[in-house]
Design a protein around this ligand. Structure first.
Ligand SMILES: Cc1cc2nc3c(=O)[nH]c(=O)nc-3n(C[C@H](O)[C@H](O)[C@H](O)COP(=O)(O)O)c2cc1C
Length: 201
C-alpha cells in the first residue's frame, strides 16, 4: 500500500475482532517500523508496552471509559516515554558516528534539556505522537485497523503497568481487525482555517 492510500484509509476503528491474533512476526515488524520514527537528537525515548495479559487489559479498560478496543484489539500498545532518557548514557544514541560528532551532540543534548522539565515532557509527547502515527500507518499497510486513544485515567494506567517514576504514559494505540465500518468522517475543517502562511493575522 502506498503512503497516500494508507493516510486516506486509516480511520479510528472502535470495534475489533476479539478472536483475531497477530503473529509474532507481524508484531515484531510493527515495532521495527515504529522504532524508525524520528526523535529530537535521536534520543528514542519512547517505550512501547505491549499489553498481552487479558486480565490486565480488563483492568486498563475499567479506567479507560470501558472502551472495547482495549480488550478486543489484537495488539494494545501503551506508548510511554522515559523523561530522563536525555541523560541516560546519551552517547549510545550516537554510537555509530565519529567521536567528535558524538561529543558535540551529547553536549548539545545536555545544554538543551538540563533543568527544563517542561521541554523534556513536551518532547516526550511529541515523540510518542509521531510514533503512534507511524504505528497506525504501518498497521494499515499490513492490512490492519487501529485506534489512537487517551480517554483514560493515565495515572491509573501507569500504576497498572508499573510505570517507572521518571516515565510518562502518553497514549495508547489499539491495532487489530476492524469488524464494523467506521462512521463517516465527522467534519473536516477547511484548509483556509487551519493552514496559515507566514504568520497569524
Ligand atoms: C490523542 C488521541 C486520543 C484519542 N482518544 C480516543 C479514545 O480514547 N477513544 C476513541 O474511540 N477514539 C479516540 N481518538 C480518535 C479520534 O476520535 C479520531 O481520531 C477523530 O475523531 C478523527 O477520526 P479518524 O481518526 O477516524 O479520522 C483519539 C485520537 C487521538 C489523536
Amino acid at each position: 500500500m502506498d503512503t497516500v492510500t494508507a493516510i486516506e484509509t486509516r480511520r479510528s476503528v472502535k470495534h475489533f475482532d476479539p478472536q483475531h491474533r497477530m503473529s509474532e512476526q507481524e508484531t515484531d515488524e510493527l515495532m521495527r517500523l515504529a522504532m524508525l520514527s524520528p526523535t529530537a537528537f535521536n534520543i528514542q525515548h519512547w517505550r512501547f508496552v505491549l499489553v498481552r495479559d487479558a486480565a490486565l487489559r480488563e483492568r486498563i479498560r475499567a479506567v479507560t471509559w470501558m472502551q472495547p478496543q482495549i480488550t478486543d484489539a489484537s495488539l494494545l500498545i501503551v506508548l510511554c516515554a522515559d523523561l530522563d532518557a536525555w541523560r541516560k548514557q546519551p552517547e549510545r544514541y550516537w554510537r555509530d558516528v565519529s567521536p567528535e560528532v558524538q561529543e558535540g551532540v551529547v553536549q548539545a543534548i545536555d545544554t538543551y534539556y538540563a533543568g527544563r522539565g517542561q521541554v523534556q515532557r513536551d518532547e516526550a509527547m511529541r515523540s510518542c505522537g509521531i510514533a503512534a502515527q507511524t504505528l497506525m500507518l504501518a498497521a494499515k499497510a499490513m492490512g490492519y485497523d487501529s485506534c489512537p486513544m487517551d480517554l483514560s485515567d493515565l495515572d491509573e494506567v501507569g500504576k497498572l503497568i508499573n510505570l517507572p517514576h521518571d516515565h510518562v504514559v502518553a497514549m495508547f494505540v489499539a491495532i487489530g481487525k476492524g469488524i464494523r465500518e467506521p462512521w463517516p468522517r465527522a467534519g473536516q475543517l477547511l484548509a483556509s482555517e487551519v493552514v496559515v502562511t507566514d504568520r497569524f493575522a
